[in-house]
Structures are given as structure tokens and as C-alpha cells.
Design a protein around this ligand. Sequence first.
Ligand SMILES: Cc1ncc(COP(=O)(O)O)c(C=O)c1O
Length: 440
Amino acid sequence: MAGEDIRAIDKKYNLHSWSAQKALNPIVIDRAEGIYFWDVDGNKYYDMSSQLVNMNVGHGNKKIIKAIQDQAEKLPFIGPAYAVDVRAELARKIIEEVVPQMGKVFFTNAGAEANENAIKIARMVTGKQKIFSGYRSYHGATYGASNLTGEPRRFVSEPGIAGFIKFFNPYIEREPVIKFESEEQYSEYCLAKLEEQIIWEGQDNIAALFLETVVGSNGVLIPPKGYLKGVRALCDKYGIMMVCDEVMAGWGRTGEWFAFMNWDIMPDMITFAKGVTCGYAPIGGVICTKEIAEHFEENVLFCGLTYSAHVLGCAACVAAIDVYKELDLINRSKKMGKVMASLMADLQAKHPSVGPCRNIGLFGMVEFVNKDNGPLVPYAKDPEGTMKKILGKLRENKFMTYSHENMVAVSPPLIITEEELKEAFAILDKVCTWVDENLL
Ligand SMILES: Cc1ncc(COP(=O)(O)O)c(C=O)c1O
């Protein structure tokens, strides 16, 4: 079928996410390999967001594909109540090889469902109701997860579920009133405000506090020094379960298996998806402490999904974890993150339109700013379609990513080489010059 026909049929029958449909003009994809994909006209694109920050091992990994093929031949589906080799092996691998301090895993299909189930588990175990989460967050698009979400994608689900409370999580560059001298001082301030809010919401009523360990699509916001330890201490003080949403930040993205490992804390639950299979099959899940697992020895776990721990997904995960190890991708992310930090610093120094750039490992974000150093587009609005124009220019130059508010994500597959990263940044540099000259 010709590319134009595929696009026409796609536009006629598919509803695309998060978009008014009429103006969409999707690229028709033919194939993908490593950090690249090609359209049906043979154009080659750099995948600089690893699709939706999930394809950490890159495209076309033969080992994962083979594992799924073999599993499909052997047993493509069996209900979640049965024990199967690949299902048992995956849970064992996650606990024993990745987070030995934790107890058990409940598997879902994706990230939003992981958060849905973590909410239910926290309520079941604590017997409390209220759920805290940050304004600067995205936790998924199902009803409970979009109520957890703080950014504007939650608005269509409001008025939301009673008892879901939002707090301001740190973003030092845009703190409106006080300018802080150090990260530690800022953390102290944020933690004091959070504790005040916990008390005012009824300190005995709160089941869980969710946070993206590193806030992802809302800006790669890296927690300031002392913040996560402080949140952990508050959760301990008030008997609140600390849930780290590692759906985007997990699986090597930040240079550790899970992002919380950068700050020497242990959450009560970890929610994950994306990088666990690197997109080759859908799987997500909730990793719980031994104490939570113990609670459900005698109490019923009121959670369930037809496709919980789908065996094709399990096969993909088992293979993906081996690939992470064989290619040393966790260390590689850390190492290449240093190269990326220096490329980002160069961009910021050179371009008046480039504001704060942040990265941890290969998890990065570039902010575009106006002449006063404020965000290039106002919060939750882009009346001139400015960010679309920037994305369009990047697309024209074959640098594929997504934007959020005034920011552009830079989170390539963890297999990217230094040379490829520099080539991609040369494109970004060229587009930033265009922004300086045309949009400032
Ligand atoms: C931090 C975070 N949590 C949850 C989700 C939802 O995951 P999914 O789209 O797999 O449901 C996302 C998706 O981008 C995410 O970034």
C-alpha cells in the first residue's frame, strides 16, 4: 500500500492521542533499527525521545524479538492464576537482580494501571483514603491515574475523585517568590510546606504519597538535594506509603536501574512500565515491600486484570533485563549522560532562546525561553502554536521528539553512541538558531 493511502486510512479510522485530529499529518513508518526509524519514502529519523521514553534498548533488538516469538510458539496466553516458568522468572529477576530489598510484584499492562493498583494497595494496607501527588506530574490517562496527575491533562477528568490532594513539588528555576541560595535550603522549604499540608489534610487520613522520582514529561525535574530523604522521613512520621512512579525514570534512564537509587532511599512501592520491555510488548507493574506482600498473605488482594503478567510481555521483559546487563546500559546511560550535559550546556550558552537544560543520565529536557528568560509559551497555553513550529522544524531536520509546555524532550535510546549524540545535537543546535532568529 502506498504511504499516502496508509495515511488517509489512518486518518479516516484512527483516533490519535492528545490531539485535535484534523490537522494531524502522521509520518508513515516503514522500519526501525537502533536509534533510527525510516518512513516509507526512505527518510531516516533520529529517535531522540526513544518513542515515549520507553525504547531504552533501541529498535529491532533481536534477542527480545526472538524471546517473544519463542513464547508465542510455546504458550501465547495463560490466565494470571497459573504459575508459568517465564512469569515466575520475571518476578524473581526483578526482585533478586534489581531490587532485592523489595518483596513481590503485581503485574499490569502499562504505567497508568500500575498507578491505579498502587492506589488500591495503599488504601487496602493502610485502611486510609487520601492520596497525595505533585502538581508537576503525569501519572497516566486512566481515571484514577489522571486524578493523580497534576498537570493540565487531568482537567478533563475533573471534578475528580474525592481525597486526591495535590502539593507543589520542587522546580527551583521557576519558584515564583523566594530565590533560594542552595538546593538544601529549597528542599527544607518544600518539605516544611508539604508537612504543613499533610497536617491540614488530617495527618492520620493519608494512605499514600505518589511522586515521579524524577518528574518526566513535565520537565525532567531532578529533586533537589535532601528532598527525597525528607519526603521519606515525612512518610515514616505520618504512616504514609511512599510510592515512586518510575514508569518513565526507571530501567536505566537516569543511570541507575531505578531513579530513586540515585538518592539512597527506599519507597514502599515502585510503579513501572515502559523500559521494562522497552516497548516490545506491553507490561507494567507495582513492586511492593516485603511488609506489603506479607499483608496479602491473609488479606485478599482486590486487584486483577485478564492480562496481568501476560506471558508474551513476561518473555520480553526477561530478555530485556538480560540485554540491559549484556550491553551494560545502566552504566552507559550514566556515562553518556555526562556527554549530553556538556552538549546541553553549550546549547544554553550559545542560544538566547534556550533556557534551563536539565539531564540525569540520558533523561533530558531543553527549555525554550523568551527575551525575559520566562517560558517561551504560557502555562497550559500555546496560542501561536510556537512549540508546534519548533517540533515541525525538528521534524524537517529528522530530529524526532515531543514537547511539553515550553520544553523539548531529549531522551534517546541508551545504546546511542557519542558520535550519534553529537550528530543529533548538531541538528538541535541548528534548530535553536532558527528559533533565536524567528520566534524570539
Ligand atoms: C511517570 C509516568 N507515569 C505513568 C505513565 C502512564 O503510563 P502508560 O502510558 O504506560 O499508561 C507515564 C506515561 O508517560 C509516565 O510518564
